[in-house]
Structures are given as C-alpha cells and as structure tokens.
Design a protein. Structure first.
Length: 339
C-alpha cells in the first residue's frame, strides 16, 4: 500500500492499477477539511445545530436516510485530481467555488434526512413525492420558472429530492439574493418554505443522529482502471448515428478547397475550447462532448473534408452543431450528477 507522498511519483498507469481501498487518503489536512468547516459556519450563521458528517468514496452522494455525505477521493490529493482530469477531462468540484456548491447541495439532502423533512405535507405539495423512484433519465425544461437554477443541467428538475437540495443550497449560499432574484417565479414559494422550515428547526438537534457511512473508500475493492471505465460509460451520451449532412454544411468536399486545412486538423486544434464552451453552455460533462468531437474528427477524416469557410465561421457553426447535439443528448435522457 503506497503512502500519500508516493502518489506524486507514480505514473498514471501505476495509479490505475491501484484499488480504491488502497489509496492512502484522509480528509484531515486537505483543503476539503477547511471547506467542510465553512459549510458548518454557514449552517451556524442560520442558527442550525445540525452538521452533516462526511467521508471519502468514489463519487459525490448522500445515501438514503443518512444525515451525511460522501466526497470523491480525487479531491483529497492533487495527484489524483490530475488523474481525474486526464481520465474525465474535468474535475467535478475541483475549484473551491464548485466544491462548495456541491457540498451545499449534499448538505440539503443530509438535512432533509436528519429532520425527515420530506415526510411533511407541505414539502410534498411543493416538491413532490420524495419516495418517487429516481428516473433513469429526466427531460428538463430549460425555461421553467418552477425550479431554482443552481447546479448545471437544470438538476432541480431531476427528482423532488434534488429539487429540495437545490433550493436549500441556493438558500444557504452566503450573499444569495434569492428573494430579489426569484421575484415573480413560482420557485420563490419553495425558497420561502425552506426559509421558514430552517427558522423552525434552528437551535434543534435532529431526530436522526445516525453517523452511518456508505461505500467508504476502504470498502471499495475495484481498481481505479475499472472505476474510470465505469464512469466513462456512465457519462457518455447516445450520439446521433449520422450527422454527415450537418458536417457538409460546415466543411467542404469541393475541389477548389483542396489546398485548405483539413476539417479534422481544424477540429483537433479547437477541440479543447469547443468542449469547454459547450460544457459551460449546456451543463453536460466535458467528457461526453469530447466523445462527440472525437467522433466528428474521425468522420471528417473519412469524408476527406476541408475548411472552405473563414475559420471563424467554421468555428461558430461547429459550436452550434455541438450545442444542438448536446441538448438533444440531454433531452434524450442524461444524468449529470450521481445523486
Ligand atoms: Zn442530489
């Protein structure tokens, strides 16, 4: 079993051979410890005695009926964050701001479990039934004003429990001007409800005091290689089988463009910025968008396409094509965040 300082010297291949249970990681002494203490301070600032317990696991999640949440292991060591980026092209919760956002979301689930808020009648009326099964996919309505906007991909629309967690999380965010921001939105009623309930449970110890941890890192026997193979499968989309006509609207097979740069090299050059822009705009995972780009590069090569337009036009048209395809992917069912 390696020591924490050994990880820095290991190659990606060596790391991928390690089992998750063999990773020498702790929350103590990492920036995660401080971030958790900030969340505790935010709860304190509202007079809430409840504090979720946290542990390391493979992903972000709050287990059913547990008033605490799991944090993914890669946030506990910079070398593993780097591996995550190489494997998945982005590090979910990697920046301080994003990490705190996800922690507030998970705290929403945890406080819901701690006080069994989902059993209240008004909760059910506003958010829906907590016990409704999670769908395998959801079809968000991007313009809906029934839901707050917080995590990407209109995540509040995925399930009543997510809707509550997202509403809570926005409410908890320091400096959030939710009253003004959501004025006139039906979602404001949900925020006001959260505000009233938190006022009511302030100063109270939660009835559910369980400290249970689920799928803690030392219990996970799979290797990092297996873990990433699963994770990539999970995040991939059903991309359209045929979009040659779309490519032919952007790129050219005309003989007069024979000496122009190839479409494949053009896309390779812009690959990173395109996938980042589309991920920001749609909330989809960069890994999923990159799969589509890889596919497009191959198809452009097969069709021997060239850049006939001005590069800026070709780039904009590619951005639109990728965005439309990504939105289709989201609408056909896409789960951005594991619970
Ligand atoms: Zn959630």
């Amino acid at each position: 079993m390696p020591r924490a300082k050994d990880l820095d010297r290991m190659t990606d291949e060596q790391l991928l051979d390690l089992r998750l249970c063999d990773l020498p990681l702790k929350i103590e002494g990492t920036p995660l410890e401080q971030r958790v203490s900030w969340i505790y301070a935010e709860l304190d600032s509202h007079g809430l005695l409840f504090k979720p317990h946290v542990w390391l696991s493979a992903e972000w999640f709050t287990p059913d009926e547990v008033p605490g949440f799991a944090i993914p292991f890669y946030l506990a060591h910079p070398r593993l964050a780097k591996l995550e980026r190489r494997q998945m092209l982005e590090v979910e919760g990697g920046s301080e701001k994003e990490c705190l956002r996800i922690m507030r979301h998970e705290t929403g689930h945890a406080i819901d479990n701690a006080f069994r808020l989902h059993k209240r009648r008004r909760y059910r009326e506003l958010f829906g039934s907590f016990t409704r099964p999670y769908p395998n996919w959801y079809k968000p309505e991007p313009n809906s004003r029934q839901y707050v906007l917080h995590l990407p991909a209109w995540y509040a629309q995925a399930h009543p429990a997510e809707d509550f967690a997202e509403t809570f999380s926005l409410w908890l965010t320091p400096g959030s001007r939710w009253r003004r921001q959501y004025q006139g939105w039906p979602a404001l009623r949900k925020l006001e409800y959260v505000d009233a309930v938190m006022g009511e449970i302030a100063g109270k110890a939660p009835p559910n005091k369980s400290r249970r941890r689920v799928a803690e890192l030392p219990e996970i026997g799979m290797t990092l290689r297996e873990h990433y193979a699963n994770k990539r499968r999970h995040y991939d989309f059903e991309w359209p089988p045929d979009y040659d006509r779309d490519l032919l609207r952007i790129f050219s097979t005309e003989p007069q463009h024979k000496s122009r740069p190839s479409a494949a090299s053009f896309l390779r050059r812009h690959r990173r910025e395109l996938r980042r822009e589309v991920a920001e705009g749609t909330g989809a995972h960069e890994y999923a968008i990159d799969q589509m780009l890889a596919n497009m590069i191959n198809r452009c090569r097969d069709l021997k396409l060239r850049v006939g337009l001005l590069p800026e036009h070709a780039r904009n048209k590619t951005l639109v094509l990728l965005t439309v395809q990504t939105m289709n992917g989201i609408h056909s069912g896409y789960y951005r965040i594991a619970l």
